[in-house]
Design a protein. Structure first.
Length: 298
């Protein structure tokens, strides 16, 4: 028969294993945020682009009065694209992050809101196909569509998709949906609507909709870009990114992700450079956000 100390140690080991497994499978947003429809690769050329980002989110509110822990992350994407024509581009993207993973709400009452440490995490591979009108710069209104197939590794980063909060069902104040979906395969569709305005202003709207393929989860993440072209080399403006919740449901404001950026794009010796500094507008995304990218056609 095991002693009390031995029994406690065995239980502790079991809970530690369960917690570690759950932490590894918990989702964290890894996209270095980008608005589609701006400047794909030139026809007949490859384009290599490297993106980095820094953002702050928060893990779910834990049960029994637990506190929310900030999730600060450095994100990245390496992308190689090819455009055989003016209206089509295909690209392979590898997202990754140095981040702290979320803690599922189901374990909040056991873990006292503890979270694992920071580590490098892979998001697998994303296959992106972009269809957009080739003469978009000559049109007042132009349209496009982006299809992304997301293949996440076991235990790696997954899209930040929402599922019903079964662990908190029936509990007062518990959110209806939580970002704990863990599909290894997901599909994102992004309709694009762009408007070329007078005086070199441009407006682009992306309606990002993501669905889990081999598991539950969905998200509606609209984004908008409003910029002015100052010269052949410089463009400045604002970008806004949001995650409103699962498709078909708009979450309360404090649960949404809402981030506003001031952005600047420039060209230098054949390279395309982009910079953005922003801030989260809601309780779920409050904090500094930075993004940058460098790309070149070959």
């Amino acid at each position: 028969m095991l002693s009390a100390d031995q029994t406690w140690a065995r239980c502790a080991r079991r809970w530690s294993s369960a917690i570690a497994a759950a932490a590894l499978l918990s989702p964290f947003a890894v996209v270095a945020e980008e608005i589609q429809g701006n400047d794909p690769a030139s026809p007949g050329h490859f384009q290599v682009e490297q993106r980095f980002g820094y953002l702050t989110t928060f893990n779910p509110q834990q049960q029994n009065g637990g506190r929310r822990v900030p999730q600060r992350a450095v994100t990245g994407e390496t992308e190689i694209g090819y455009s055989p024509t003016e209206w089509y581009e295909i690209a392979l993207t590898s997202p990754y992050a140095f981040a702290r993973t979320n803690v599922p709400m189901a374990l909040g009452n056991v873990m006292d809101n503890g979270v694992p440490g920071y580590s490098f995490q892979s998001g697998g591979v994303t296959i992106r196909q972009t269809f957009i009108q080739g003469d978009r710069l000559e049109r007042t209104v132009f349209l496009g569509l982006v299809s992304r197939t997301i293949l996440a590794p076991q235990g790696g980063l997954t899209p930040d998709l929402w599922v019903a909060n079964k662990a908190g069902a029936g509990q007062p104040g518990a959110p209806r949906f939580v970002q704990e979906a863990m599909p290894r395969v997901a599909q994102m569709f992004t309709p694009i609507v762009g408007v070329n305005l007078p005086d070199d202003y441009q407006l682009i709207f992306n309606a990002n909709m993501t669905l889990g393929i081999d598991g539950a989860g969905s998200a509606f993440e609209p984004s908008i870009r409003f910029v002015k072209r100052l010269s052949d080399r410089w463009t400045v403006g604002i970008e806004h990114f949001a995650n409103l919740g699962p498709i078909g449901h708009v979450l309360p404001w404090h649960q949404q992700m809402q981030t506003l950026y001031a952005v600047a794009d420039t060209k230098f010796k054949g390279f395309e450079l982009s910079f953005g500094v922003g801030y989260g507008l809601t309780n779920a995304s409050r904090g500094l956000a930075i993004k940058t990218s460098i790309g070149k056609d070959f």
